[in-house]
Design a protein. Structure first.
Length: 262
């Protein structure tokens, strides 16, 4: 019921913002959001897992064993609403969140809808603090995507795991996990919402379409912070500063891909 109310409110806002020109009445169309993954342009799928075959900016050779993450408050909004609270995910249009699990090929395609016209597409990586509450998403509970209470509770934003070759050319694990940052070295503990808004740019939607959302996995290790896996590899969840760095690097990870009309 809550979701239906949000969709209705979003629809009213969108219709209200449209031109009064009756010759250009927006039409509702079906949209497929397709999440793809690459390493600096080379496609990455589950078939590429568990093999040392990628090299990060710091020069470490790595493998990928798991990559799963959540995006929330997906919005497809008119340009003139893109700087309002709507674009920050207070009210979404079409869908509210998506859990992507590359290894299991889950969440790679998401069906929603939108109105025709020039729209801005975006989402939030992870959950805002308002939505990041313990136990409320049953699918994420079943996937063991929860964060322990001692680390602030709520949910992961991402679990990215694999192996890297250390300075002795030996395989070592890394657990590049993104959560709400918590500093437990002070009392009371300091927490910081490290989720962030991703704005993919404008699309002129003219009919039923598939819209590609690309993740460049390599960017998690390089922009703006060059990541040294020999120093930051495991136990990153309780590391307040590491979580800030992860959040900064994530802001260049996603981009708009191909738009294909059906």
């Amino acid at each position: 019921m809550k979701r239906n109310i949000l969709l209705l409110i979003s629809t009213v806002f969108i219709l209200f913002s449209c031109s009064s020109n009756t010759e250009e009445v927006p039409q509702s169309v079906n949209i497929t959001l397709k999440f793809t993954h690459n390493w600096n342009g080379t496609p990455v799928t589950a078939s590429d897992f568990n093999t040392i075959k990628f090299t990060n900016k710091n020069g470490e050779k790595i493998s990928i064993e798991r990559l799963r993450y959540v995006v929330s408050n997906i919005t497809i909004l008119p340009v003139d609403l893109s700087n309002t609270s709507l674009a920050d995910g207070v009210l979404g249009f079409g869908v509210t969140r998506n859990f992507i699990n590359l290894k299991e090929k889950e969440g790679l395609s998401l069906e929603t809808f939108a109105f025709t016209g020039i729209k801005k597409i975006g989402f939030r990586f992870g959950f805002s603090d308002f939505e990041n509450n313990d136990g409320i998403y049953q699918d994420l509970n079943s996937a063991n995507f929860n964060v322990p209470a001692m680390l602030g509770g709520g949910y992961h934003y991402m679990q990215f795991d694999g192996k890297y070759l250390d300075t002795n050319n030996q395989e070592q694990p890394f657990n590049y996990h993104a959560i709400r940052a918590i500093d437990k070295t002070v009392t009371p503990n300091i927490t910081k919402d490290t989720s962030f808004r991703v704005d993919l740019g404008e699309v002129n939607i003219t009919g039923d379409a598939e819209i590609e959302i690309k993740m460049n996995i390599a960017q998690w290790f390089e922009n703006p912070n060059t990541w040294d896996l020999n120093k930051l590899n495991t136990v990153l969840m309780p590391n307040y500063n590491a979580q800030l760095l992860i959040s900064e690097n994530g802001k260049s990870v996603f981009s708009l891909g191909k738009v294909t009309y059906k």
